[in-house]
Design a protein around this ligand. Structure first.
Ligand code: BG6
Length: 484
């Protein structure tokens, strides 16, 4: 096994700061919520520490009746979790303001906008329905020119609601000022897919249906519900992970080379792929799986059954594991299954995109031991590139063994939320989801959601700490991949 670590990985964080000295305000709607504390503020802390937003004011707003002091304590606490405690960060904390408000009410939103200075970014850390109502109110009162909008996932709850939210936003600001967030697009390893594919001669010529048997995009987590019943029970694994993050990864894995990394080019290439993506064979009953965990132990931690978690309505039948097989009907990929899976409370913790190559046309008679095809692996934690290749093992030179070459990706300069926030402050939407793409992603999963709601695909169960249901769509016996 060979391991090497590059000194500098291609990473969007390496770009020079574009926003020097321009006063900016981040208006955070939903400031007292969990997302802000866990992900957004730590990402912001690191971004501020990097010097990329030298003159930032942070205005928080929520329904909770907090004052400035409490808000500042929340920001400082979140910054501290990532070691962001330098003078720049302290200045952001010191000048931060909190205004309790109903973000769907005109008067309250006017008050919030009046508290903003300079270039304003409005972050909607809100449930989709509240985001839509806040956007509708903003459409009535208007926004200062140049305002940028950041919206958390899920963007809408289906194709129709995503479309009507897009229509609302289109009346507010131009599309390239709308930053629909998918934090996977801020993960340096996900961005690295572009470097790996398009800065090497050796992979791209074989990434097509002539050479690839299937592509798996897997995100298995050890984490269970972690107190997120309010959000998760209404979403489930398919919407939480597949409709958003995994389809974004699929788009980067399958798209054609963009001539530049300009937002228009990258997002155009991704959209082309997603428009061509649909459920395998048009048969969501056959090519999807759903399951939820029962009580068990993960990493020495006892988890109750999902259905027994506080705040869960077991009759909703929300899945904690989803699998779906998709086809990308382009010249390059026609006939190659893309198998997507994500689950919670699993033993495996497999987080990777794997390209499995077809077997050689013929392994010469006399060369023995061939069992597995070649695989290219892009790991999202640990962040690494892996290549499984067949070479002769020790001893008999005509006896084949598979070896696993591994190279670690360089760490990104910023955490994913820092990276996507930077895109909004810099006015660069490359790493955000374009409006039409958000609708396409709902269109792709809609047939699956429909058959699940109709009960045509049974909700299976798996013990927490196991590898999930035995009849996984991603677990064909060796050599069986050809059955698709
Ligand atoms: C979030 C999902 O978007 O992504 C979570 O809502 C999931 O359920 C998380 O655990 C995984 O991403 P990361 O970067 O935290 O591993």
């Amino acid at each position: 096994m060979t391991t090497s670590t590059p000194s500098a990985a291609p990473c969007v964080a390496d770009r020079p700061a574009l926003s020097e000295a321009v006063p900016q305000t981040l208006l955070l709607l939903g400031a007292s919520g969990d997302l802000a504390a866990r992900l957004l503020l730590p990402g912001l802390g690191r971004l501020v520490a990097s010097g990329a937003v030298p003159d930032l004011r942070l205005v928080g707003s929520g329904r909770d009746d907090w004052d400035d002091e409490r808000w500042r304590g929340r920001i400082a606490g979140s910054f501290a979790t990532v070691g962001a405690g330098g003078p720049r960060e302290a200045e952001v904390v010191r000048s931060a303001r909190y205004l309790a408000a109903d973000v769907t009410a005109e008067e309250d939103l006017r008050r919030l906008l009046a508290a903003c200075q300079g270039q304003t970014v409005i972050f909607f850390a809100l449930p989709p329905a509240v985001t839509a109502r806040a956007a509708a109110t903003l459409a009535r009162i208007g926004l200062p020119p140049g305002t940028r909008l950041m919206l958390e996932k899920p963007f809408g709850t289906d194709t129709a609601s995503a479309r009507s939210l897009n229509d609302l936003l289109a009346g507010l600001v131009p599309e390239d000022q709308v930053h629909r967030i998918d934090h996977f697009l801020g993960k340096s390893t996900v961005v690295n897919i572009l470097g790996l594919r398009f800065a090497n001669r050796i992979f791209e010529p074989v990434l097509n249906s002539a050479h690839v048997a299937c592509v798996d995009i897997v995100f298995d987590e050890a984490l269970g519900l972690e107190g997120r019943a309010g959000y998760y029970d209404g979403a489930g694994a398919l919407v939480d992970m597949v409709q958003s993050h995994l389809l974004q990864v699929l788009a980067l894995m399958a798209m054609d080379a963009p001539p530049t990394l300009d937002a228009r080019e990258v997002r155009g290439r991704k959209a082309q792929v997603l428009r061509a993506t649909r459920v395998w064979d048009g048969d969501p009953v056959r090519w999807s799986r759903r399951a939820r965990y029962t009580a068990g132990e993960v990493d020495g931690r006892r988890l109750p059954a999902y259905a027994d978690e506080p705040g869960i309505d077991p009759t909703r039948g929300t899945e904690t594991l989803a699998e779906v097989v998709l086809a990308v009907d382009t010249w390059r990929w026609a006939g190659v299954p893309f198998r997507l899976r994500s689950g919670k409370a699993l033993a495996g913790r497999r987080k990777e995109a794997v390209i499995t190559f077809r077997q050689p046309p013929r392994v010469p008679t006399g060369l023995t031991g061939y069992e597995q095809p070649d695989r290219l692996r892009i790991g999202f934690g640990p962040d690494r590139l892996g290549l499984d290749v067949n070479i002769n093992g020790p001893g008999d030179p005509l006896e084949i063994d598979q070896v696993h070459l591994v190279a670690d990706f360089g760490p990104g300069g910023l955490p994913p939320y820092g990276e996507v926030l930077r895109g909004a402050f810099d006015g660069d939407p490359t790493l955000s989801v374009r409006g039409d793409t958000a609708e396409e992603c709902w269109r792709i999963v809609a047939p699956v959601l429909e058959v699940w709601r109709a009960g045509a695909v049974p909700l299976q169960e798996y013990p927490a700490g196991s590898h999930g249901p035995a009849d996984s769509l991603l677990a064909p016996a060796p050599g069986e991949v050809a059955r698709y």
